[in-house]
Design a protein around this ligand. Structure first.
Ligand code: NAP
Length: 259
Protein backbone atom coordinates (compact mmCIF):
# COMPACT_ATOMS: atom_id res chain seq x y z
CA UNK A 1 0.00 0.00 0.00
CA UNK A 2 2.75 2.45 0.93
CA UNK A 3 5.18 1.51 -1.79
CA UNK A 4 2.38 1.60 -4.38
CA UNK A 5 1.60 5.14 -3.24
CA UNK A 6 5.24 6.30 -3.36
CA UNK A 7 5.70 4.87 -6.85
CA UNK A 8 2.55 6.66 -8.07
CA UNK A 9 3.62 9.90 -6.33
CA UNK A 10 7.09 9.73 -7.89
CA UNK A 11 8.73 9.80 -4.45
CA UNK A 12 12.06 8.13 -3.73
CA UNK A 13 10.79 6.50 -0.54
CA UNK A 14 10.59 2.89 0.53
CA UNK A 15 8.45 1.30 3.28
CA UNK A 16 9.94 -1.77 4.96
CA UNK A 17 8.79 -4.02 7.83
CA UNK A 18 11.31 -4.03 10.70
CA UNK A 19 10.46 -6.41 13.55
CA UNK A 20 11.81 -5.01 16.86
CA UNK A 21 12.12 -6.87 20.16
CA UNK A 22 10.51 -5.05 23.13
CA UNK A 23 13.91 -4.69 24.82
CA UNK A 24 15.29 -2.95 21.74
CA UNK A 25 12.56 -0.35 21.39
CA UNK A 26 14.56 2.65 22.64
CA UNK A 27 17.52 1.68 20.45
CA UNK A 28 15.18 1.35 17.49
CA UNK A 29 13.88 4.90 18.08
CA UNK A 30 17.50 6.10 18.18
CA UNK A 31 18.14 4.19 14.97
CA UNK A 32 15.47 6.23 13.18
CA UNK A 33 17.45 9.37 14.06
CA UNK A 34 20.84 7.90 13.23
CA UNK A 35 19.74 6.50 9.89
CA UNK A 36 17.76 9.61 8.91
CA UNK A 37 14.47 7.81 8.47
CA UNK A 38 11.65 10.09 7.31
CA UNK A 39 9.51 8.34 9.89
CA UNK A 40 7.93 5.07 10.90
CA UNK A 41 4.72 3.34 11.77
CA UNK A 42 4.55 1.42 15.03
CA UNK A 43 2.30 -1.55 15.62
CA UNK A 44 1.43 -4.30 18.11
CA UNK A 45 2.81 -4.54 20.78
CA UNK A 46 4.83 -1.32 20.81
CA UNK A 47 2.27 1.48 20.38
CA UNK A 48 2.13 2.56 24.03
CA UNK A 49 5.76 2.05 25.14
CA UNK A 50 7.19 3.87 22.13
CA UNK A 51 5.50 7.06 23.33
CA UNK A 52 8.09 7.24 26.12
CA UNK A 53 10.92 7.47 23.59
CA UNK A 54 9.49 10.38 21.57
CA UNK A 55 10.85 13.94 21.83
CA UNK A 56 7.33 15.31 21.39
CA UNK A 57 3.81 13.94 21.32
CA UNK A 58 1.17 15.42 19.05
CA UNK A 59 -2.30 15.83 20.65
CA UNK A 60 -3.56 12.84 18.63
CA UNK A 61 -1.15 10.61 20.55
CA UNK A 62 -1.10 12.45 23.88
CA UNK A 63 -4.79 11.75 24.65
CA UNK A 64 -4.49 7.99 24.45
CA UNK A 65 -0.77 7.61 25.11
CA UNK A 66 -0.43 5.44 21.98
CA UNK A 67 1.73 6.28 18.96
CA UNK A 68 1.31 4.63 15.57
CA UNK A 69 3.18 7.16 13.45
CA UNK A 70 6.57 8.80 14.07
CA UNK A 71 7.81 11.82 12.14
CA UNK A 72 11.56 12.48 12.18
CA UNK A 73 12.53 16.12 11.60
CA UNK A 74 16.29 16.63 11.91
CA UNK A 75 16.54 14.05 14.68
CA UNK A 76 13.47 15.31 16.58
CA UNK A 77 10.95 12.48 16.81
CA UNK A 78 7.27 13.43 17.12
CA UNK A 79 4.68 10.76 17.91
CA UNK A 80 1.25 10.94 16.28
CA UNK A 81 -1.74 8.65 16.20
CA UNK A 82 -3.49 8.32 12.84
CA UNK A 83 -5.61 5.27 13.79
CA UNK A 84 -8.46 7.41 15.15
CA UNK A 85 -8.69 9.81 12.19
CA UNK A 86 -8.24 6.83 9.86
CA UNK A 87 -11.19 5.07 11.48
CA UNK A 88 -13.40 8.17 11.15
CA UNK A 89 -12.54 8.53 7.45
CA UNK A 90 -13.31 4.87 6.83
CA UNK A 91 -16.59 5.13 8.75
CA UNK A 92 -17.64 8.16 6.74
CA UNK A 93 -17.07 6.21 3.52
CA UNK A 94 -19.88 3.79 4.46
CA UNK A 95 -22.31 5.96 6.40
CA UNK A 96 -23.02 9.51 7.51
CA UNK A 97 -23.69 9.55 11.23
CA UNK A 98 -25.11 12.33 13.30
CA UNK A 99 -22.43 11.89 15.96
CA UNK A 100 -24.20 13.75 18.80
CA UNK A 101 -27.09 11.28 18.39
CA UNK A 102 -24.95 8.16 18.11
CA UNK A 103 -24.60 6.06 21.25
CA UNK A 104 -21.62 3.78 20.82
CA UNK A 105 -20.44 0.42 22.13
CA UNK A 106 -16.77 -0.54 21.86
CA UNK A 107 -15.73 -4.12 22.57
CA UNK A 108 -12.09 -4.03 23.64
CA UNK A 109 -9.93 -1.57 25.54
CA UNK A 110 -6.53 -1.97 23.86
CA UNK A 111 -4.67 0.39 21.54
CA UNK A 112 -7.23 0.28 18.74
CA UNK A 113 -10.15 0.79 21.12
CA UNK A 114 -8.38 3.79 22.66
CA UNK A 115 -7.79 5.44 19.31
CA UNK A 116 -11.36 4.86 18.14
CA UNK A 117 -12.92 5.93 21.45
CA UNK A 118 -11.02 9.21 21.55
CA UNK A 119 -11.76 9.95 17.89
CA UNK A 120 -15.49 9.35 18.40
CA UNK A 121 -15.52 11.36 21.64
CA UNK A 122 -13.85 14.19 19.74
CA UNK A 123 -16.65 14.00 17.18
CA UNK A 124 -19.26 14.42 19.90
CA UNK A 125 -20.84 11.00 20.48
CA UNK A 126 -22.89 11.34 23.69
CA UNK A 127 -22.25 7.95 25.28
CA UNK A 128 -19.59 5.24 24.96
CA UNK A 129 -19.94 1.82 26.59
CA UNK A 130 -16.66 -0.07 26.84
CA UNK A 131 -17.02 -3.85 27.05
CA UNK A 132 -13.78 -5.62 27.89
CA UNK A 133 -12.55 -8.94 29.26
CA UNK A 134 -10.16 -7.24 31.71
CA UNK A 135 -12.12 -4.75 33.76
CA UNK A 136 -9.08 -2.68 34.79
CA UNK A 137 -8.27 -1.86 31.17
CA UNK A 138 -11.87 -0.83 30.55
CA UNK A 139 -11.70 1.44 33.61
CA UNK A 140 -8.39 2.93 32.39
CA UNK A 141 -9.95 3.79 29.06
CA UNK A 142 -13.03 5.17 30.80
CA UNK A 143 -10.74 7.50 32.84
CA UNK A 144 -8.84 8.62 29.73
CA UNK A 145 -11.97 9.51 27.77
CA UNK A 146 -13.84 11.05 30.69
CA UNK A 147 -10.75 13.07 31.60
CA UNK A 148 -10.45 14.63 28.15
CA UNK A 149 -14.08 14.79 27.03
CA UNK A 150 -16.28 15.85 29.93
CA UNK A 151 -19.45 15.94 27.78
CA UNK A 152 -19.23 12.24 26.94
CA UNK A 153 -20.80 9.68 29.29
CA UNK A 154 -18.47 6.70 29.49
CA UNK A 155 -19.58 3.40 30.97
CA UNK A 156 -17.99 -0.01 31.25
CA UNK A 157 -19.59 -3.44 31.07
CA UNK A 158 -18.35 -7.01 31.30
CA UNK A 159 -18.14 -9.12 28.15
CA UNK A 160 -21.55 -10.68 28.87
CA UNK A 161 -23.01 -7.17 28.90
CA UNK A 162 -23.02 -6.98 25.11
CA UNK A 163 -26.63 -8.03 24.96
CA UNK A 164 -27.78 -5.19 27.19
CA UNK A 165 -25.77 -2.66 25.24
CA UNK A 166 -27.42 -3.60 21.97
CA UNK A 167 -30.91 -3.59 23.43
CA UNK A 168 -30.34 -0.25 25.16
CA UNK A 169 -30.15 1.61 21.89
CA UNK A 170 -26.51 1.79 20.82
CA UNK A 171 -26.43 2.61 17.12
CA UNK A 172 -22.70 2.16 16.50
CA UNK A 173 -21.04 -1.08 17.60
CA UNK A 174 -17.30 -1.59 17.21
CA UNK A 175 -15.34 -4.79 17.76
CA UNK A 176 -11.80 -3.74 18.69
CA UNK A 177 -10.64 -7.21 19.73
CA UNK A 178 -9.27 -10.04 17.61
CA UNK A 179 -12.38 -12.06 18.62
CA UNK A 180 -14.41 -13.38 15.75
CA UNK A 181 -11.56 -13.05 13.29
CA UNK A 182 -11.65 -16.73 12.55
CA UNK A 183 -14.71 -18.90 12.94
CA UNK A 184 -15.32 -18.20 16.60
CA UNK A 185 -18.15 -15.76 16.05
CA UNK A 186 -19.81 -17.11 19.20
CA UNK A 187 -16.94 -15.53 21.13
CA UNK A 188 -18.03 -12.05 20.11
CA UNK A 189 -20.37 -10.82 22.80
CA UNK A 190 -22.95 -9.58 20.35
CA UNK A 191 -26.42 -10.95 19.96
CA UNK A 192 -26.23 -10.88 16.19
CA UNK A 193 -29.91 -11.86 15.96
CA UNK A 194 -30.88 -8.54 17.48
CA UNK A 195 -28.99 -6.42 14.99
CA UNK A 196 -31.13 -4.44 12.57
CA UNK A 197 -30.70 -2.20 9.55
CA UNK A 198 -30.40 0.72 11.98
CA UNK A 199 -27.11 -0.55 13.43
CA UNK A 200 -23.66 0.28 12.13
CA UNK A 201 -21.29 -2.59 12.99
CA UNK A 202 -17.52 -2.15 12.62
CA UNK A 203 -14.95 -4.91 12.99
CA UNK A 204 -11.46 -3.42 13.18
CA UNK A 205 -9.93 -6.79 12.37
CA UNK A 206 -9.14 -7.53 8.76
CA UNK A 207 -9.08 -10.92 7.12
CA UNK A 208 -7.90 -12.11 3.72
CA UNK A 209 -11.43 -12.92 2.58
CA UNK A 210 -12.26 -9.23 3.08
CA UNK A 211 -15.19 -9.82 5.45
CA UNK A 212 -14.96 -11.09 9.04
CA UNK A 213 -17.62 -13.50 10.33
CA UNK A 214 -19.06 -10.69 12.48
CA UNK A 215 -19.26 -8.38 9.50
CA UNK A 216 -20.92 -11.04 7.39
CA UNK A 217 -23.48 -11.89 10.08
CA UNK A 218 -24.28 -8.19 10.65
CA UNK A 219 -24.63 -7.58 6.91
CA UNK A 220 -27.09 -10.45 6.64
CA UNK A 221 -29.20 -8.78 9.33
CA UNK A 222 -29.30 -5.63 7.22
CA UNK A 223 -26.85 -3.61 9.33
CA UNK A 224 -24.37 -1.23 7.74
CA UNK A 225 -20.94 -2.81 8.18
CA UNK A 226 -17.32 -1.74 8.06
CA UNK A 227 -14.25 -3.96 8.23
CA UNK A 228 -10.72 -3.10 9.27
CA UNK A 229 -9.28 -2.52 5.80
CA UNK A 230 -10.74 0.99 5.51
CA UNK A 231 -9.11 2.05 8.78
CA UNK A 232 -5.84 0.43 7.73
CA UNK A 233 -5.96 2.33 4.45
CA UNK A 234 -6.78 5.72 5.89
CA UNK A 235 -4.41 5.58 8.89
CA UNK A 236 -1.68 4.87 6.31
CA UNK A 237 -2.78 7.71 4.06
CA UNK A 238 -2.75 10.11 7.03
CA UNK A 239 0.77 8.93 7.90
CA UNK A 240 1.98 9.53 4.33
CA UNK A 241 0.53 13.03 4.51
CA UNK A 242 2.48 13.66 7.72
CA UNK A 243 5.74 12.40 6.19
CA UNK A 244 5.48 14.05 2.78
CA UNK A 245 2.98 16.91 3.11
CA UNK A 246 1.17 15.42 0.10
CA UNK A 247 -2.14 13.60 -0.25
CA UNK A 248 -1.46 10.06 -1.47
CA UNK A 249 -3.55 8.35 -4.18
CA UNK A 250 -6.18 6.56 -2.09
CA UNK A 251 -7.50 4.41 -4.95
CA UNK A 252 -4.04 3.03 -5.74
CA UNK A 253 -3.44 2.27 -2.07
CA UNK A 254 -6.87 0.62 -1.78
CA UNK A 255 -6.20 -1.60 -4.80
CA UNK A 256 -2.91 -2.69 -3.22
CA UNK A 257 -4.62 -4.06 -0.11
CA UNK A 258 -8.01 -5.23 -1.30
CA UNK A 259 -8.42 -9.00 -1.51
P1 NAP B 1 -4.40 -4.83 21.96
O1 NAP B 1 -3.93 -3.50 22.40
O2 NAP B 1 -3.57 -6.03 22.25
O3 NAP B 1 -5.88 -5.07 22.62
C1 NAP B 1 -6.56 -6.28 22.39
C2 NAP B 1 -7.97 -6.18 22.95
O4 NAP B 1 -8.66 -7.40 22.63
C3 NAP B 1 -8.03 -6.04 24.46
O5 NAP B 1 -9.17 -5.30 24.81
C4 NAP B 1 -8.16 -7.50 24.90
O6 NAP B 1 -8.81 -7.65 26.13
C5 NAP B 1 -9.06 -8.06 23.83
N1 NAP B 1 -8.88 -9.50 23.65
C6 NAP B 1 -7.83 -10.13 23.06
N2 NAP B 1 -8.01 -11.45 23.08
C7 NAP B 1 -9.19 -11.67 23.70
C8 NAP B 1 -9.92 -12.84 24.05
N3 NAP B 1 -9.47 -14.07 23.74
N4 NAP B 1 -11.11 -12.71 24.69
C9 NAP B 1 -11.57 -11.48 25.00
N5 NAP B 1 -10.93 -10.33 24.72
C10 NAP B 1 -9.74 -10.42 24.08
O7 NAP B 1 -4.64 -4.87 20.39
P2 NAP B 1 -5.14 -3.67 19.44
O8 NAP B 1 -3.97 -3.00 18.82
O9 NAP B 1 -6.12 -2.84 20.18
O10 NAP B 1 -5.88 -4.51 18.28
C11 NAP B 1 -7.19 -5.03 18.50
C12 NAP B 1 -7.78 -5.47 17.16
O11 NAP B 1 -7.90 -4.33 16.29
C13 NAP B 1 -6.92 -6.49 16.40
O12 NAP B 1 -7.79 -7.41 15.77
C14 NAP B 1 -6.19 -5.65 15.38
O13 NAP B 1 -5.88 -6.39 14.22
C15 NAP B 1 -7.24 -4.58 15.06
N6 NAP B 1 -6.63 -3.33 14.59
C16 NAP B 1 -6.98 -2.89 13.34
C17 NAP B 1 -6.44 -1.72 12.85
C18 NAP B 1 -6.82 -1.28 11.49
O14 NAP B 1 -6.18 -0.40 10.93
N7 NAP B 1 -7.89 -1.84 10.94
C19 NAP B 1 -5.56 -0.95 13.63
C20 NAP B 1 -5.24 -1.42 14.90
C21 NAP B 1 -5.78 -2.62 15.37
P3 NAP B 1 -7.95 -7.61 27.51
O15 NAP B 1 -7.80 -6.17 27.87
O16 NAP B 1 -8.82 -8.37 28.45
O17 NAP B 1 -6.64 -8.29 27.23
Amino acid sequence: MHNAAYAAMGLDLCYVPLPVRPDDLEAAAGGLRALNFVGANVTIPHKVRIAGFMDRLHDSAAVTGAVNTIVNENGILTGYNTDGPGFIRALEEVTSLDYPQTETVIIGAGGAARAVASALAGHGVPRITIINRTRERALDLQDIISGHFSDVTVETAPLEGGLDAVSSGAALIINATPLGMMDDLKAVPLPVDRLTKDHVVCDLAYVESGETPLQEAARKKGATTLGGLGMLLHQGAEAIHLWTGEDPPIDIMRRAIEP
